[in-house]
Design a binder for this molecule. Structure first.
Ligand code: CTP
Ligand code: MG
Length: 585
């Protein structure tokens, strides 16, 4: 039986794009098959919403929502009837967690007051073993003799069903195979793997829970999501970075009554570590759904890692300054200036993940954040065409009085926030495919030995200190974002970039795994391939040792610079051969 329905999105869903996916409900096994994919709405023509407005509206949306665990998606009709008896229901979005799925519905009400009323009517099971926490995370008790079944609401609509379903690896391959061009593959990859509306709602609800945990003592506390959850570069399963600020109030200079407060004991760092420790205990002991709490307090920025099981989100909670949030604003702006930025960054992040350049655990490898800055820096000065993005200094110059921000430890985060006021760099009409190739070419040749990548200026600058890779932190210019990257990892990045450029350049006809698929599967093959960029290191690119041995190798070079490099290696080899022959004589 094959049923056509829109799986991620039903009527009225606010997802950035509509995703029509044909489902194959095979003998009830519910096997999902991607066959008809249609992007109904692109980001083109969408009005720019400044980052702070987007965050405020998402926070407000989360504040007027609850998360309810239910028996199945079909519980929505009864749940709707119950919720409508208390307030006005705006939207209901269903999602599942786990292999033997637990079902949940996010209910968005028309106002925060409705949520207060519904929570006032909610209760706990009678059990001395439970901790009676009040929160927006609830479960829907089954009807029984005392609680008769409610009349199912006829007006109820489920705005999303299985709204957090990710495409499987096989579905992504299938999707990319069906595309017409590499540019199309890049767009589709972005459209179908980016964090959707429900994913964003769940992240803001997760932040609300942390805020509520401390609200009694700190009524103006705010937990701000930052990083890929909000900067426009997040994929469906991305982590949630959170910074908890205990007070968001401005100091009132005219106040006569002042709060008594305790002073921090010891150094600021040790006090902050102790506070984080207490926060970790709070999450672990009291908050429903918070599990696997790990305290990483020795890091430069101490964090608590935990998993929120009810929203299925991995969280990194810190209590430091707001620079990460301002950085997210900057990245959000850069992604909004031109439609090509996000698909390009998604593709490069996916490529790096597939070939093992990035890794979810911390180490000497390049991070997604560093990769993102490399792409943005490249787009500020693509070598063969006009810039696509402005430098940060340019945005600083255009800032007005509403854009002034200084963190409490003195980091100046002032830059233009509303790009409607920006005269965008014009004239660059390059396709995504061509930008991708150029990116790989650009960094495979980049002089990382003496140059630093810098987004503040429109040019690369001299490296201020010795390290493998230097990317100037755009907001804290004294810091190197890629300080962790080791020399071997940098070499690997350059080799892989060159390999990817080669693979994209040398494909004449569509093979089975063409375009992005060829660069994503590089990892499996890389050990047998020839590495012409670093001939003495681990072999990578292709089984074509003959290419350098035999000048008559039937390879047609489409790219001049690749051709030059192969020729130079051929000459080097010839030279070496001559020297060996001389010695043997
Ligand atoms: N950040 C920063 N300086 C750093 C590292 C991180 O300002 N040296 C900020 C950036 O705003 C970054 C955020 O912290 O986006 C979160 O960092 P991280 O989780 O490492 O990167 P993400 O962009 O969230 O990417 P990922 O999807 O891999 O989590
Ligand atoms: Mg992150």
């Amino acid at each position: 039986m094959s049923v056509f329905l829109s799986c991620h999105v039903r009527r009225g869903v606010q997802n950035a794009i509509g995703r029509n996916i044909k489902l194959n409900l095979n003998d009830g096994k519910n096997v999902r098959r991607m066959s008809s994919l249609k992007v109904t709405e692109t980001e083109k023509g969408k009005k720019f919403v400044p980052f702070t407005d987007m965050v405020s509206s998402r926070r407000a949306e989360a504040r007027r929502s609850i998360v309810v665990q239910v028996q199945s998606s079909q519980s929505f009709k009864e749940l709707h009837a119950y919720c409508s008896s208390v307030g006005t229901v705006k939207q209901m979005l269903h999602y599942t967690v786990g292999v033997e799925p637990m079902n949940f519905i996010v209910v968005e009400f028309a106002s925060e007051k409705d949520v207060t009323s519904i929570l006032d009517k909610s209760s706990y099971v009678e059990d001395s073993q439970i901790i009676p926490v009040h929160s927006q995370f609830l479960w829907f008790r089954a009807s029984n003799r005392k609680l008769p079944k409610l009349k199912q609401s006829k007006t109820a609509i489920l705005n999303a069903e299985n709204g957090n379903n990710n495409l499987t690896a096989a579905e992504i391959v299938d999707l990319l195979k069906k595309c017409d061009s590499v540019s199309d593959q890049m767009k589709q990859l972005y459209d179908f793997t980016k964090l959707n509306d429900l994913g964003t709602r769940l992240r803001f609800l997760t932040a609300c829970q942390v805020e509520d945990a401390v609200r009694g003592m700190f009524p103006s506390a705010k937990a701000f999501p930052f990083g890929s959850s909000v900067n426009g570069f997040g994929k469906m399963e991305c982590d949630l970075d959170l910074v908890l600020r205990l007070s968001d109030e401005k100091v009132k200079s005219d106040a006569r009554l002042m709060f008594h407060c305790k002073a921090l004991v010891g150094s600021e760092r040790s006090a902050s570590q102790r506070n984080m420790e207490a926060m970790g205990d709070l999450l672990q002991l009291f908050l429903p759904g918070c599990s696997h709490v790990r305290r990483i307090l020795q890091a430069r920025v101490p964090i608590i890692k935990y998993h929120q099981q009810l929203t299925d989100v991995e969280c990194d909670l810190s209590m430091s300054n707001m620079s990460g949030v301002h950085m997210s604003d900057f990245l959000y702006i850069m992604g909004s200036i031109d439609d090509r930025v996000r698909p390009l960054i998604f593709t490069i992040r996916k490529w790096a993940c597939e070939i093992g350049l990035t890794n979810s655990s911390p180490g000497r490898w390049i991070t997604n954040f560093s990769l993102t800055l490399l792409v943005l820096a490249f787009l500020q000065k693509p070598p063969h065409s006009p810039p696509i993005l402005p430098s940060l200094n340019n945005l600083v110059k255009l800032a007005d009085s509403t854009d002034h921000y200084m963190t409490e430890d003195g980091i100046n985060c002032t830059f233009l926030r509303n790009i409607n006021k920006l005269k965008k760099p014009a004239g660059n009409k390059e396709s995504l495919e061509s930008l991708l190739k150029e990116f790989f070419e650009f960094y495979s040749h980049f002089d990382f030995t003496s140059k630093a990548v810098c987004l503040n200026e429109p040019v690369a600058i001299t490296k201020p200190e010795h390290c493998a890779m230097y990317i100037v932190n755009p907001l804290e210019r004294g810091l190197n974002v890629s300080k962790n990257v080791g020399l071997e990892e940098l070499d690997r990045f350059k080799v892989e970039a060159r390999n990817a450029a080669w693979l994209l350049e040398s494909q004449e006809h569509k093979t089975e795994n063409w375009g992005l698929l060829s660069i994503f599967e590089n990892k499996r093959k890389s050990n047998n391939l020839f590495n012409f960029a670093f001939p003495n290191k681990q072999a990578r690119l292709m089984e074509v040792s003959t290419l350098f041995e035999n000048e008559a190798a039937p390879v047609e070079f489409k790219n001049e610079s690749v051709k030059k490099q192969v020729e130079s290696i051929r000459n080097e080899k010839k030279q070496k051969l001559k020297e060996i022959q001389k010695l043997n004589r």
